[in-house]
Design a protein around this ligand. Structure first.
Ligand code: FAD
Length: 314
């Protein structure tokens, strides 16, 4: 039975795995469907729209109860122990297929094999099969949900940078950009077999950077620094310098720093950079773009999608 609620300004419902496919060594693609997805939608392009999955209990397979949820119920639910409500993980809508009650959301999940694929998200993805159920939080058409960070000024030259966790977002953005868009995307993935086909405007270059055993972020940092015209080697980021909640966009800063800053003299004024991935890697790139290259904080979005060695807070 599908359970949902009409009383929330978002979709909070059980969805079913319609298909599950091992896309590559490190990615599993699932297609999620439910009649409630007829109500799914955002105003304008969904770009890097994030969603949340509440995963079944890895031991019992039990799903978080969502029946009758309203705002008060949801607040209580968030306050409950993870053991009762299930682990929540954040993902990106890679694609939307079908329409009406046949709408499905496509989500590409990383298996995190370098970490042993032991997190609840990786475990669920590794075992996902048609008929499995999971709880989804997603935008309901006509209601503000948030979760789209890609917001370049019109005509900006684009720089899209991500590791494997941000590959779904960058690919979704590339496929939705206007055909006139220009710029470059750099994507680091665990192994060569993870390089995927992606549609893109002619003016956007895409460079895949398989690690194949190289340290996390090393190739990505070097490629971005080189692209910006500076051959300086990667600066190490000490663990204490990493903001575990790193999230800096033109409208929000996890550090509490003012978001509107005066442009730095000499910085590129027509470049917009969207950078997401492991927090230490993103911290290193942030330092280079803001302090080194002099980019204005209003032209960048830096997002820590995960942190090596630290399970995502549920
Ligand atoms: C806005 C947003 C959008 C996102 N979109 C996607 C998406 O579309 N697809 C996707 O797969 N992820 C995406 N992520 C990242 C995802 O939420 C995290 O990687 C999450 O930690 C995965 O949960 P898990 O249960 O598998 O691992 P966790 O329980 O969180 O972690 C378990 C262990 O694995 C390690 N680990 C976690 N991620 C990796 C990794 N990539 N490589 C190596 N070790 C790792 C952790 O450090 C920890 O040691 C997104 C995150 C955000 C914030």
């Amino acid at each position: 039975m599908t359970v949902t609620t009409e009383r929330l300004p978002m979709l909070f419902c059980e969805v079913e795995v319609v298909s599950a496919e091992r896309l590559s060594p490190s990615f599993v693609r699932v297609e999620l469907g439910a009649p409630e997805l007829a109500e799914f939608g955002v105003d304008g392009p969904r770009y890097d729209q994030r969603i949340k999955l509440v995963l079944p209990d890895p031991l019992t397979g039990g799903l978080a109860p969502v029946a009758g949820a309203d705002d008060a119920w949801l607040t209580t639910w968030w306050g409950r122990p993870v053991a009762e409500r299930g682990h929540v993980r954040t993902y990106t809508i890679r694609d939307v297929r079908g329409s009406g009650a046949d709408t499905t959301l496509v989500v590409d999940l990383v298996l995190h094999l370098e970490a042993g694929a032991t997190g609840p998200g990786s475990l669920w993805a590794a075992r996902a099969a048609p008929g499995d159920r999971v709880v989804l939080m997603a935008p309901r058409r006509g209601h503000a949900f948030g979760g789209i960070e890609f917001a370049p000024p019109p005509g900006a030259e684009l720089l899209l940078v991500g590791d494997e966790t941000a590959v779904p977002a960058v690919c979704a953005v590339l496929e939705q950009l206007p055909s006139s868009a220009t710029g470059a995307a750099f994507l680091e993935v665990p192994v060569t077999g993870d390089v995927l086909d992606v549609r893109r405007p002619h003016g956007m270059s895409v460079t895949w950077l398989p690690r194949n055993g190289a340290p996390l972020g090393e190739r990505l940092h070097a490629a971005v620094v080189g692209h910006l015209g500076d051959p300086a080697p990667a600066a190490d980021v000490a663990p204490e310098e990493v903001d575990p909640d790193l999230w800096e966009t033109p409208s929000y800063s996890s550090s509490g720093e003012p978001v509107a800053t005066a442009p730095t003299a000499g910085g590129p004024d027509d470049l917009y950079a969207w950078i997401a991935g492991e927090s230490a890697v993103v911290t290193g790139l942030r330092r280079h773009l803001v302090r080194g290259v002099g980019m204005d904080r209003g032209q960048v979005a830096f997002m820590g999608y995960w942190r090596r060695g630290v399970p995502m807070r549920s």
